[in-house]
Write a protein that binds this ligand. Structure first.
Ligand code: SF4
Length: 441
């Protein structure tokens, strides 16, 4: 976190919250830090906010996103302006420092932020606290991530997750458009750059990683998930009328609302065959090592045997990525006496890792179960058939589903269609990023 006070100037505190909840590390900080404006950020990789002293002034800066052309930008900055970057282990440079260097290369903050947005390939939403207490906010060029402004009697607040306002007494004020830059003063929002016309907001915000009480582009996450489950159930009713299921269950947490939507539409009772147990493993603890992640994910779920034994079950998860956790879950359910396990993924088969956000659920594309199977069947040509494998009505689509069922011991598996997920979000498809399912930018 960084704060600005007229007497003290800018102050900054960074803490590692990998193994302890945010609250325990930051509970006293708001007492120690003083001021009238502040910024903060939770970051998986780069420690931030950074405090920068430049020809523009002293400022604190944090970013959200992923810079794909980091090395080229570093080389260019070093050759044009000399100077240096703080290097981390193996020579990596903090992405936020690169953005700061790009901003510092221009004569004003506005020019600098605009320049940074124009040369960064990838995604970077920027928040910058100046040494006069004003805050400059820029949404990433294609609006892959949201930026929402709230207002109360004392001033403004800005956030990625709109629900943050509710408990703090802010009312929704406005949402920045793609690439829009504003400066927030105590009394007004000054527009420094108009929004661009093109938008590609991340569809996965709604299906998986957005918070249920948040709204992005006016669409609530929880409501979208009910709609999504409803669409999947409708399709199953039409294509699978004889499927025998005693309970519809959701894989906690984000699978649950999709399952509720499915249950409401299908009329099949919803049940919680797994309950999430979090006292030992806090919400914020998410190790970067995949084996550890799997272990923690497993430890967090506790089964209710009475809802599993002798039952035909249908599980809805937010997505199917590698399939490793799913395999363990299905094995456990079958060992616990389930008669059959059907799986529904709330999004289409994931064919490509995300290259726009620091949001990686697989380290390489070939770890994605759908992509791996496609490659095994088609070899180097596999990318020509992404649409067919995604589509449940094609021979290739049916084959993919059959192989996943055989590998994971499922009775059936189906994925939400790309049209289904777009309909559930309800925005114009041209405004949505669906790259990880279609490979189309
Ligand atoms: S590639 Fe997928 S996860 Fe990444 S921004 Fe696009 S929709 Fe979101």
């Amino acid at each position: 976190m960084a704060a600005y006070d007229k007497e003290i100037g800018l102050q900054r505190e960074i803490h590692n919250i990998e193994n302890s909840p945010f609250r325990t590390k930051f509970v006293n900080i708001h007492k120690d830090m003083k001021g009238t404006s502040a910024i903060g950020c939770i970051s998986d990789f780069d420690p931030q906010p950074l405090l920068i002293r430049s020809k523009l002034g002293v400022y604190a800066i944090a970013i959200v996103g992923r810079i794909l052309n980091q090395d080229a930008l570093i080389d260019k900055l070093l050759s044009d302006y000399s100077g240096h970057f703080d290097a981390m282990t193996s020579g990596a440079v903090n992405s936020t420092e690169i953005v700061a260097a790009l901003i510092n290369s221009k004569k004003t903050y506005t020019e600098g932020v605009e320049f940074a947005q124009s040369v960064i390939e990838g995604t970077a939403s920027i928040i910058l606290l100046k040494d006069d207490g004003n805050i400059i906010v820029a949404r990433d060029r294609l609006g892959r991530l949201p930026v929402v402004i709230g207002k109360n009697d004392e001033g403004f607040a800005v956030t990625f997750e709109s629900f943050a306002f509710e408990k703090l007494g802010y009312a929704d004020h406005s949402e920045l458009g793609p690439g829009e830059i504003v400066e927030i003063t105590p009394t007004e929002i000054k527009q420094l750059k108009e929004p661009g016309k093109e938008m590609r907001i991340c569809s996965f915000l709604w299906s998986y990683y957005g918070y249920p009480t948040s709204n992005y582009e006016g669409v609530n996450v929880e409501v979208m998930r009910y709609r999504n489950g409803h669409i999947m159930a409708k399709r199953d009713k039409a294509t699978n009328p004889d499927m025998k299921v005693d309970y519809v269950c959701g894989v906690p947490d984000s699978g649950i609302p999709h399952a509720i939507g499915y249950s409401n539409e299908s009329g099949i009772p919803f049940a919680r065959a797994f309950i999430k147990y979090t006292p030992t493993w806090s919400r914020s603890f998410m190790p970067t090592d995949q084996t550890q992640r799997n272990k923690v994910a497993k430890m967090k779920l506790i089964a209710v045997p009475e809802l599993i034994k002798d039952k035909d079950l249908l599980f809805v998860d937010d997505s199917v990525v590698r399939g490793t956790q799913l395999r363990e879950t299905v094995e456990f359910l079958l060992e616990s006496g389930a008669k059959s396990v059907n799986m529904r993924s709330a999004c289409p088969p994931i064919m490509f890792g995300c290259k726009f956000l620091n949001f990686s659920r697989a380290t390489s594309d070939m770890e994605l179960i759908a992509r791996r199977i496609m490659f095994e069947l088609e070899g180097e040509d596999s990318l020509n058939y992404v649409d067919e494998y995604s589509n449940p009505d094609t021979e290739r689509g049916k084959k993919l589903r059959q192989i996943i069922c055989d590998e994971l011991h499922l009775t059936s598996i189906e994925f939400q269609t790309i049209e289904g997920v777009i309909a559930a979000i309800g925005l114009d498809p041209s405004k949505l990023c669906t790259y990880c399912w279609t490979g189309k930018e």
